[in-house]
Design a protein around this ligand. Structure first.
Ligand SMILES: NC(=O)C1=CN([C@@H]2O[C@H](COP(=O)(O)OP(=O)(O)OC[C@H]3O[C@@H](n4cnc5c(N)ncnc54)[C@H](O)[C@@H]3O)[C@@H](O)[C@H]2O)C=CC1
Ligand SMILES: O=C(O)CCC(=O)C(=O)O
Length: 341
């Protein structure tokens, strides 16, 4: 049986690539280079991506052999899942692989805002030593608002509750009892905005969540709000947030994600009270290792289920192959469920 081609179009750790190479022909391309991507995908049976590759109808039209797309990571906003469905292509992600890393970055950004750490570091590097210029505030005793109580939101609740914060959460898809069990008081979006000193966003970017925090919502926010977004750009409207940061309604924002990345034209970049990071939530060795390995194993399972790889062969999962499994068996979309995609 010829070795199926797995196209990897975003960075993946070497050990995950080795897992694929044991059973497949692994080809690399740069998902940001559209021309190369469309040419390279022509022979691919599985495409493995992170957030740097837009997988849309055009990609499926250039990929007659494609059976699956694997997102090494959580957000599927860069994959047109309806178009994949139409093309008979399975889509999967690695929903739990980077939750701890994103939660830890979120906590780091919250503390950085509260204590002016980036500005203070620049100050010292410039040879200055004016300690009173950087008076901060404690997180203890303040109110945390978590928007989106999924995997990452829950990890953030656990960590920031340990800072002695009062924790509120808004997630219409989580039952109130479940929310309380996770350590947060369930509230409406309006209450979350009105009561939170620190608001942190952990939603998928969907048609429902795009622009969810706009002018009207920011007008409801408690004056002096600190906002952290490590989820997706576009959920918080960038123009509205820029206005709120300029007039002081929002005191400061830490943003790991932008509506367009890299965010060359974002109105937020020039503002002194914005702390930007370059989409680093999953940027740890541990998260990359977990996401890469999980993605490689899912890719192998997809190939097995389409009869393109022998189960238990090199790199195979060892599951017995059912005879004649060449039909359009679907690998379930892991984790995010109907509400998360
Ligand atoms: N900065 C980074 O590097 C990373 C960013 N992310 C982003 O974080 C997002 C969240 O990740 P997880 O927590 O793992 O996803 P998840 O699917 O476990 O949780 C998302 C939660 O949002 C809730 N939700 C959906 N629509 C909502 C709405 N309109 N209002 C309130 N809640 C709503 C869902 O009910 C769910 O509980 C991902 O979709 C991804 O975009 C994920 C990983 C890394
Ligand atoms: O490093 C990446 O691929 C981004 C991670 C991410 O945003 C996600 O998993 O949704």
């Amino acid at each position: 049986m010829p070795r199926p081609v797995v196209l990897v179009s975003d960075p993946l750790p070497d050990d995950a690539l080795d897992l694929l190479r044991a059973a497949c022909e692994v080809r690399r391309t740069d998902g940001g280079d559209r021309t190369r991507l469309l040419a390279a995908v022509a022979d691919a049976s599985v495409l493995v991506v992170r957030s740097g590759t837009r997988v849309d109808r055009e990609v499926f039209a250039h990929a007659p052999l494609l059976k699956g797309v694997v997102r090494a990571g959580v957000g599927l906003d860069n994959v047109d899942t309806a178009a994949a469905d139409g093309a008979g292509v399975s889509v999967a992600n690695t929903p739990a692989a980077n939750a701890v890393s994103v939660a830890e970055l979120t906590v780091g950004l919250a503390v950085a805002l509260a204590r002016h750490i980036p500005e203070a570091a620049q100050h010292v590097r410039r040879g200055e030593w004016n300690r009173s210029a950087f008076k901060g505030g404690e997180l203890a005793g303040r109110t945390l608002g978590v928007l989106g109580l999924g995997r990452i939101g829950r990890q953030v609740v656990r960590r920031l509750a340990a800072f002695d914060m009062t924790v509120l959460a808004h997630d219409p898809y989580v039952a109130d009892d479940d929310c309380r069990r996770a350590g947060a008081e369930p509230v409406t979006l309006g209450e979350l905005l009105a009561r939170s000193d620190l608001l942190t966003v952990h939603l998928p970017r969907t048609a429902e969540t795009e622009g969810l925090i706009g002018e009207r919502e920011l007008a409801l926010a408690k004056p002096g709000l600190h906002l952290v977004n490590t989820a997706r750009g576009g959920i918080v409207d960038e123009d509205a947030l820029a206005r709120a940061l300029k007039d002081g309604r929002v005191a400061a924002a830490a943003l790991d994600v932008f509506a367009v990345e890299p965010p060359r034209d974002s109105p937020l970049l020039g503002l002194p009270n914005v702390l930007p990071t370059p989409h680093l939530g999953a940027g740890t060795a541990e998260a990359q290792h977990r996401a890469g390995h999980e993605a490689a194993r899912i890719a192998l399972r997809m190939l097995e289920s389409r009869g393109l790889l022998e189960a238990g062969g090199p790199g195979g999962t060892g599951r017995p192959a059912a005879p004649g499994r060449t039909g359009p068996e679907r690998v379930p979309l892991a984790g995010t469920g109907a509400r998360g995609v």
